[in-house]
Design a protein around this ligand. Structure first.
Ligand code: ADP
Length: 540
């Protein structure tokens, strides 16, 4: 028997229209260092229509890929709405990719137009000669555009282009399953792979994010969107905040601790999103420059495991709850969130906060052994994490390989445990797992234990060949300024925190840990450095 219900399509344009209708006076703040500009949701809606009209004028048609090459700001948000709503496909380009990766993804997606910040034009100019599909570049910000002269592309100034355009657009009535946006994985463990989000997946992901047991974004919130809009849709927060009427604070290129602290002091956000390296930098800055952080309801951390010491440090020193989530580009990205259960109020919260959390409404997770059988949720069994749901990809763009998929589930390449309360913990990425004498050492747990040492700023652990045990952990450590510590002292510290056989006998003190384009530890680089003998390894 069929239902009698209407089948109104779930579209990005509906998010735009609803946000402007219900919360027209909510605000988007853009931080420029010496000033903060603001734009209401009503203005964002009008400017998105102007942008769509302008893009149409310069030749953008349905299904055309329009790339953005921008930091987080109101114009980027306008592109987030205008491009999918006019029936074209938004392709967010990562401004920290190497030139060859960038031309690879532009060519793979066949981008016809790029909306780019003036600050990153030099990088774009390096790839344009290898990107013949690009016909137009729309520049945000003022500066020297002569750098684009050698290329056969139309060059437009964003503000002048949209200025004279009508403030309404007849948003296209689309099939909700059609492509809204695409994003390439950041390639931490290989070449970038394209994921194409639908209008439906974007809408449902946003609804789930604003629900009470998830991020609970609402009209009284102000979200500091630190996660770049080119990294997994900034975790969908631009869309979910607009849907919920939550103000947004866009940091542009000011992602260092001092300007972030200034932004927080001036705009008083209630929620923020960032990777652990950002939270770690800010935390150490705040220790020497303390300030009131009581504006925050939560700060959300994802993209890599947040060390327990950091979670505890925010809570103890600043009264701020750091909530971890897990996701990937392939999953829009939000799949799990570590909100503690009702019965845990009080001291046992940390037990849950150190996990990656439980599946949010709309998603399912499971762990699977090497034989393909599902493993029990006992908190002990380690298997590959598999996920499914309406905002999880079922394939990659231009790629027929099925190795990442298992009977309708996405294989994530992460090794995890799930406990009886359904909280999931990432043990490692399959490619980072260290096998010592046939037994797994979790590099993530070892790093977290090392980073709990008071003198240590950052630590990354990789596996290196070992004659006796096949592989052993090598710990690369960054000390806090002015601090000194010997490997033996760290080993003593670890002895009560991890299994004895996990404790590394290879140590390396470095000035910083190499990071990927989205700020995660780049273990590929470290492994390569180690194999080439470029690391000063101390045996202790
Ligand atoms: P890339 O795969 O290139 O790093 P993504 O940003 O899509 O790009 O990263 C997804 C990966 O990030 C996950 O597969 C997982 O390994 C890691 N990750 C995300 N959130 C967490 C978390 N809370 N704890 C540990 N690892 C995480």
């Amino acid at each position: 028997m069929k239902s009698t219900m209407q089948e109104t399509p779930l579209l990005v344009s509906s998010i735009l229209q609803y946000g402007a209708y219900a919360y027209g006076d909510s605000k988007v703040f853009t931080y420029h260092g010496d000033s903060i500009s603001e734009c209401s949701f009503s203005e964002i809606s009008e400017r998105s229509a102007q942008l769509a009209n302008a893009l149409y004028e310069i030749g953008v048609r349905q299904d055309d890929r329009v790339a953005t090459f921008c930091f987080n700001h109101n114009q980027h948000l306008e592109a987030y709405f205008a491009i999918p709503s006019m029936g074209a496909v938004l392709h967010t380009l990562n401004i920290r990719l190497f030139a060859d990766q960038l031309s690879f993804v532009i060519n793979d997606a066949q981008d016809t137009t790029v909306i780019a910040d003036v600050e990153v034009l030099p990088l774009l100019a390096r790839v344009l000669k290898d990107a013949p599909s690009v016909k137009n570049v729309v520049v945000v910000g003022t500066g020297d555009l002569a750098i684009l002269d050698p290329f056969n592309v139309g060059v437009f100034d964003y503000e002048s282009l949209i200025d004279s355009m009508p403030k309404t657009y007849k948003w296209v009535d689309l099939d909700e399953r059609s492509a809204a946006a695409m994003c390439y994985t950041s390639g931490t463990t290989g070449n970038p792979k394209g994921v194409v989000y639908s209008h439906r997946s974007t809408y449902l992901h946003s609804l789930s994010s604003i629900s009470g047991n998830s991020l609970a974004l609402n009209k009284d919130d102000r979200a500091l969107v630190i996660v770049p809009m080119f990294h997994a849709n900034a975790w969908g927060i631009p869309y979910s905040s607009f849907m919920a009427g939550a103000d947004m604070v866009m940091p542009t290129r000011f992602l260092q601790a001092a300007p972030l602290a200034d932004m927080i002091a001036k705009t008083q956000p209630t929620i923020a999103s960032g990777v652990p390296t950002i939270w770690n930098d800010l935390y150490h800055y705040l220790l020497s420059n303390p300030m009131d952080m009581s504006c925050f309801r939560i700060i959300a951390s994802g993209g890599a495991a947040a060390p327990e010491a950091l979670i505890r440090g925010y809570e103890d020193n600043f009264g701020v709850k750091l909530v971890q989530g897990w996701g990937m580009t392939e999953t829009s990205p939000l799949v799990t969130l570590a909100m503690p259960p009702r019965h845990s109020a009080g001291t046992s919260w940390l037990k849950y906060e150190v996990t990656a959390g439980k599946a949010v409404i709309g998603t399912e997770i499971r762990i699977v052994g090497t034989d393909g059988a599902e493993l029990p949720n006992d908190g002990q069994s380690i298997g590959e994490l598999e996920v499914r749901g309406p905002w999880v990809t079922s394939s990659y763009y231009h790629n027929d390989s099925l190795e990442s998929f298992d009977d309708g589930w996405l294989r994530t390449g992460d090794m995890a445990t799930i406990d009886s309360e359904k909280y999931m913990r990432i043990v490692d990425r399959t490619k980072d797992v260290i096998k010592s004498g046939g037994e797994w050492v979790s590099s993530v747990e070892l790093e977290n234990a090392i980073m709990a040492h008071d003198a240590i700023l950052e630590a990354a652990v990789i596996g290196v060949p070992d004659e006796k045990w096949d592989e052993r952990p090598l710990a690369c450590v960054v000390l806090k300024p002015g601090r000194e510590v010997t490997p033996q002292e760290i080993k003593d510290f670890l002895s009560s925190r991890v299994s004895k056989w996990w404790i590394p006998e290879r140590w390396c003190f470095v000035t910083d840990i190499p990071k990927t384009s989205v700020g995660k530890f780049d273990k590929k680089v470290l492994r390569n450095d180690a194999s080439q003998g470029r690391l000063d390894v101390i045996k202790a």
